[in-house]
Ligand binder design. Structure first.
Ligand code: SAH
Length: 267
């Protein structure tokens, strides 16, 4: 979504782009720096996963001169988004905020955007955000590292588990690492099969956190064996993270929903 917030004075000065992490969902998990910068832009370009409440903070900020208008739905390719950032950033005196969920540098395609901005000789700054893995772990009280149990933490994408090659992070799961799988819902059963084939203990604890810090939050727990069933049930539509590793068992998962559907447990 691109929202034009207010007209700017026309001068010859170069524009500026901020790549800002909006955090995992709850508006109060935004950093103070991000909040300050949200007062700056005249244009905000954001992903669908960025909550309205955070976008509204920008629109609600400075008084009279702000005209929140021109909201165009953009579900564009990365090339098109890069082109929007360059085009908007080149306007004289432009202030462009590129708002991304979580942290911009974690599965946020910020690498491509920074390259495009550099190529266009536009100045930019990256503002970190709370990545969803940290919010998910906090909500389920799961220690991501644990003395004597987990000394490595992996942020992985599930998407590479769809191919024929074992994902490069799979080996780390054996050494006790806590693996957090982003974008894993549709490939959950594949991830489970891959890790099991590779010899990871089927009893390895697994937790899934859907919509961390958002309404509709769900915490689901089980084992690597059970993970195969995830993704086949009804989709809540919310974003989901899969946490795998021995340290996951230390979480407050007493009230979590079981990963295996109840009908299967009864069978
Ligand atoms: N830059 C983001 C990640 C973007 S990739 C970050 O740092 O968090 C999108 C994936 O992030 C989703 O498929 C999901 O796996 C995860 N995600 C984002 N927000 C989430 C939330 N509130 N709860 C659970 N998972 C979330």
């Amino acid at each position: 979504l691109a929202t034009r917030l207010r007209p700017r004075l026309k001068t010859a000065r170069q524009g500026f782009v901020w790549l800002v992490g909006a955090g995992p969902g709850a508006a109060d998990l935004l950093t103070l720096r991000a909040q300050r910068i949200l007062h700056e832009p005249d244009v905000i370009v954001h992903d669908a996963l960025v909550p309205e409440a955070v976008v509204a903070m920008a629109a609600a900020t400075p008084p009279a001169s702000m005209s929140a208008s021109a909201r165009a739905a953009i579900r564009q390719s990365q090339d098109e988004i890069n082109a929007i950032l360059v085009r908007e950033g080149r306007r004289p005196e432009a202030g462009v905020v590129r708002l991304k969920c979580g942290d911009p540098l974690v599965f946020g395609r910020a690498g491509e955007e920074m390259a495009a901005l550099r190529a266009a000789a536009l100045s930019f700054e990256v503002v970190p955000g709370v990545t969803s893995a940290l919010a998910a772990a906090a909500e389920a009280e799961i220690p991501l590292t644990l003395r004597g149990t987990a000394s490595t933490l992996v942020f992985a994408t599930g998407q590479d588990a769809a191919g024929d090659v074992l994902p490069d992070w799979a080996g780390l799961a054996f050494s006790g690492a806590t693996v957090v799988v982003y974008m894993g819902r549709s490939v959950a059963s594949r991830v489970a099969a891959r890790l099991a084939e590779a010899g990871l203990n089927p009893a390895t604890p697994v937790a899934i956190i859907e919509s961390a810090t958002l309404p509709g939050r769900r915490v689901i727990s089980g084992s690597l064996t059970d993970l195969a069933a995830y993704g086949s049930g009804p989709d809540s539509g919310g974003p989901a993270l899969i946490l795998i590793g021995d340290a996951v068992a230390q979480g407050a998962l007493g009230a979590a929903e079981p990963l295996v559907p109840a009908r299967e447990l009864a069978a």
